[in-house]
Ligand binder design. Structure first.
Ligand code: KIV
Length: 269
């Protein structure tokens, strides 16, 4: 029996893509999607958006460490090429760098993923430095930070006033200097995405931050059109799986009711 060859992107390889080639990233949480995404994506993020996408929660705040570990394992086990990054759940890292270290090491050692992602700017720079110095690669996340939904009130684009713009650029610079290997920039004007990208040494990965970022990320379920509810403007739907699945399940129901399924092909003789 031959072992499967695992030859994943490394953190330095991703970092060095800045100004060379765009970074293709997707958020996904399950083995089936990850296996396909792995063929094309440089980074797969096991994002805490799973709380909303998989578990039907209204935001990401109730996602737990255990959920990240279970889904992280599923994604790592079904991929061999992409760098796998796992979100640190809300409440597990913000108030103590030692807690951040503990939760990160547990998540990385139990899943086999290569890096963690955390949301925050200058206030988290010290924590990021602490983690990186101790062997934990960190992806940053600025702009719209979904874990801060209760401060903002709703999921809306960020950086509207000049003060906010200045703050987001300061955040980007401080986490880049602290050692993040990449920065997710969410829901800001394209001009701000461009400014951040040219101000930091770490590659930026935009989601609703325009085309000048060093890479792009979308939630796989969103870009596949898996939901019939509100989809943000920055999502492009490359498929319409909600209606495909609806059609298929309706057909199955009708065939069970009218006796067309199972047919001769589906039975044991
Ligand atoms: O949780 C997530 O999937 C994310 C991406 C949208 C960047 O943070």
């Amino acid at each position: 029996m031959t072992d499967t060859i695992i030859n994943r992107y490394t953190v330095p390889e991703i970092f060095l893509k800045k100004n060379k080639s765009k970074i293709v990233s997707l958020s996904c949480y399950t083995a089936q999607f990850a296996k396909i995404a792995d063929k094309y994506a440089d980074i797969i993020l096991v994002g805490d958006s799973m709380g909303m996408v998989i578990y039907g929660q209204k935001n990401t705040l109730s996602v737990t460490k255990q959920m990240m570990i279970e889904h992280g394992k599923a994604v790592v086990n079904s991929t061999k090429r992409a760098l796998v990054v796992i979100d640190l759940p809300f409440g597990t890292y913000e108030n103590s760098k030692k807690r951040a270290f503990k939760v990160s090491t547990e998540i990385l050692s139990k899943t086999g993923a290569s890096a963690v992602k955390l949301e925050g700017g200058i206030e988290l720079a010290d924590t990021i430095h602490y983690l990186v110095e101790r062997g934990i690669p960190v992806m940053g996340h600025i702009g719209l930070m979904p874990q801060r939904i209760n401060i903002k009130g709703k999921f809306i684009s960020q950086g509207h006033s000049s003060l906010e713009v200045k703050k987001i650029i300061t955040d980007a610079k401080s986490i880049s200097s602290a050692g993040v290997f990449s920065i997710v920039v969410e829901a800001v004007k394209e001009s701000l995405g461009k400014k951040i990208t040219s101000s930091v040494s770490a590659p930026t990965i935009g989601i609703g931050a325009g085309k000048y970022c060093d890479g792009q990320i979308l939630v796989t379920a969103d870009m596949l059109g898996l939901s019939d509810t509100f989809t943000p403007k920055f999502v492009k739907k490359y498929a319409n799986l909600y209606s495909d699945i609806d059609e298929a399940i309706k057909k199955y129901k009708n065939e069970v009711l009218n006796g067309k399924f199972p047919s001769a092909k589906n039975i044991y003789n």
